[in-house]
Design a protein around this ligand. Structure first.
Ligand SMILES: N[C@@H](CCC(=O)N[C@@H](CS)C(=O)NCC(=O)O)C(=O)O
Length: 206
C-alpha cells in the first residue's frame, strides 16, 4: 500500500490529487507543520529532507513532486496521466513540472522560508518584497506561452494539472490577483469541480 505524507496547503496537494485521479490505493498521513513534525526524528526517518510530500512505496520512498507525479502516472498507466509512450510530449510535460518545481515554487518560498538563503532579517524582508512580482512574472509566462488549454499540456488531463492547480492556489496569499490570468483562473475553477480534487480538499481541510 502506498503511503503519502502530506501537509494541508502545501505542494503535497498535487501528489495527493494525482493518487486520487489514478484510482490508487493509498494511505494519507498528515505531517503537522504547526507542531514542526517535519523536523522530528520520526518524520526525518521517512524523509531526511524534512519536507512534504514523501511517497512510501514497496521499493522505497520517493520525494520531489515531479518524481512522485511521474511515478504515479507510470504506475497507473490506465489513468492516462502522462504521455508515457511519446518522448517529445513526455519531455514537454517534464519541462512544465520542472518549471513549477524549480522556479515557481522557489519564488513562492522566498516569502516564508527566507532563512534557507540568508541569515540577515533585512535580506528576508527584501526577499519577501519580491515574491508578488516574481510570482506574477512566472504566471504571466505560464498564461502567455506555456499553458496550452483546455488542460495544462493541451487536450488531455495530465499530472501537470494538479500541480498547476496547487501552485496557482497560492497566488492570493502571495499578493497576486489571479484575475490577471484568465486561463489559469478558469483552469483553477474547473479543477476545483473535479471529483478527485473535491475529495482530496475535503480530506486535507478536515
Ligand atoms: N522540491 C520539493 C519541495 C518540497 C517542499 O519544499 N515542501 C514544503 C511544503 S510546500 C515543505 O515541506 N516545507 C517544510 C519546511 O520547509 O520546513 C518538491 O517539489 O516536492
Amino acid at each position: 500500500m502506498l503511503k503519502l505524507f502530506y501537509t494541508p496547503a502545501t505542494c503535497s496537494l498535487a501528489s495527493h490529487i494525482a493518487l486520487e485521479e489514478a484510482g490508487a490505493s493509498y494511505e494519507a498521513h498528515r505531517v503537522d507543520f504547526s507542531k514542526a513534525e517535519q523536523t522530528k526524528p520520526e518524520y526525518l526517518a521517512v524523509n531526511p529532507k524534512g519536507r512534504v510530500p514523501a511517497l512510501v512505496t514497496d521499493r522505497g520512498t520517493l520525494t520531489e513532486t515531479p518524481a512522485i507525479l511521474t511515478y504515479i502516472a507510470q504506475t497507473f498507466p490506465g489513468a492516462r496521466l502522462a504521455p508515457n509512450d511519446d518522448p517529445f510530449e513526455f519531455a514537454r510535460l517534464q519541462s512544465f513540472l520542472s518549471y513549477l518545481c524549480s522556479t515557481v515554487h522557489v519564488a513562492h518560498a522566498h516569502a516564508r522560508r527566507g532563512a534557507r538563503w540568508a541569515d540577515d532579517p533585512a535580506a528576508h524582508e527584501a526577499m519577501k518584497a519580491k515574491v508578488s512580482k516574481n510570482m506574477a512574472d512566472c504566471f504571466a509566462l505560464i498564461e502567455g506561452t506555456m499553458f496550452a488549454g483546455p488542460f495544462t499540456m493541451g487536450d488531455t488531463y495530465t499530472i501537470a494539472d494538479p500541480y498547476l492547480f496547487t501552485i496557482a492556489s497560492w497566488l492570493e496569499g502571495d499578493g497576486v490577483d489571479p484575475a490577471q490570468f484568465p486561463k489559469i483562473l478558469d483552469h483553477r475553477n474547473r479543477m476545483a469541480e473535479r471529483r478527485a480534487v473535491a475529495k482530496v480538499l475535503d480530506v486535507v481541510r478536515s
